[in-house]
Design a protein around this ligand. Sequence first.
Ligand code: ASP
Ligand code: MG
Length: 412
Amino acid sequence: MPVLVMKFGGTSVATLDRIRRAAKRVGVEVAKGYEVIVIVSAMSGKTNELVGWVNETSPMYDAREYDAIVSSGENVTAGLMALTLQEMDVPARSWQGWQVPVKTTSAHSAARIEEIPTDNINAKFAQGMKVAIVAGFQGVSPEGRITTLGRGGSDTTAVAFAAAFEAERCDIYTDVDGVYTTDPRVEAKARKLDKISFEEMLELASLGAKVLQTRSVELAMRYKVKLRVLSSFEEQTDDAGTLVCDEEEIMESNVVAGVAFSREEAKMTLVSVADRPGIAALIFTALSDAGVNVDMIVQNISEEGRTDMTWSCPVDQVARAKQAMDDAKSSEVINYSDLLADTDVAKVSVVGIGMRSHTGVAAKMFQVLSNEGINIQVITTSEIKISVLINRKYMELAVQALHDAFELDKAA
Ligand code: ASP
Ligand code: MG
């Protein structure tokens, strides 16, 4: 029998009523002849509450206990979903990660799935069970401890199960009805996409579109898992939501698929560092050792053997970056005259696989920003993405102007 994976996010299982509504959807798929693997998140807000309890109890917590605690929200929803289905006379049972077992690395709070054996669940399907409900977000380490996959990790659980069980599709039920050309709260003309390629989705997810955990898109791309993002609050039709798929399955697409943005950025500049081989390695090793996620990097023109080095990072990592640079200076690893931090910047990006074959996207983007009088501070590009750092107060304006200029409100 074909297998379908259905994942329900926190808002879709937030109350007993919503669990019942989700269970009905599962029932519909079972009636179509699928064996269904349901992956559940914790009730919305639950994981935050658990994380809060951990921090309050022990600020320098043992990460193994953090995982034991924050994974528990999913156990509750998995059991409740199983009971709800049983009440509907659908043969179902729940599985915690370790029971499957979902084997992961031992990187607590950011573990990676290494293997999902299928025999336990398949044996139950063979005995007539129709639905396996698996607690998302969690697994078990080689040491036998409970692990979690990072916030938003139940998306990754879902895709990993779809790959392991060779599911026909992986449906991600959430509180939005699909993937949009940009955030509709910033641009009212944002349009829901029927299809988007894995690569574009990967860029959008890593640029801060919160619909899917980045890692889940990476996995889906690697194993060619067809992913569908759809709302659990709207009537289900066969073409509901957005299909994330191989680019070959997309006949027509705009050059630019979407505009992404991230508000919480900072720009830091190390003033007057020596311009010689090895300096960049020293700076960025120190930052990475301090856990700073550097995104964009620019090295300015050098004068008399000294240069300025600029990078961007999340705004809440500025203090850590400062500390790392202070330490590197006092231990004479690097020498510089000043460290500037601008915490008032935002990143705006345009993404589209069409950029591979169309020239002029960057020029057009810069022209649009210039027409609005927006100054570009840093630029980075990849094959299918152009990102700029601008003053935060112009972020909405930039997103709207770009959305308009690239005519994203119209389908290709
Ligand atoms: N409950 C976890 C979180 O809130 C995992 C998930 O929902 O994907 O991050
Ligand atoms: Mg999520």
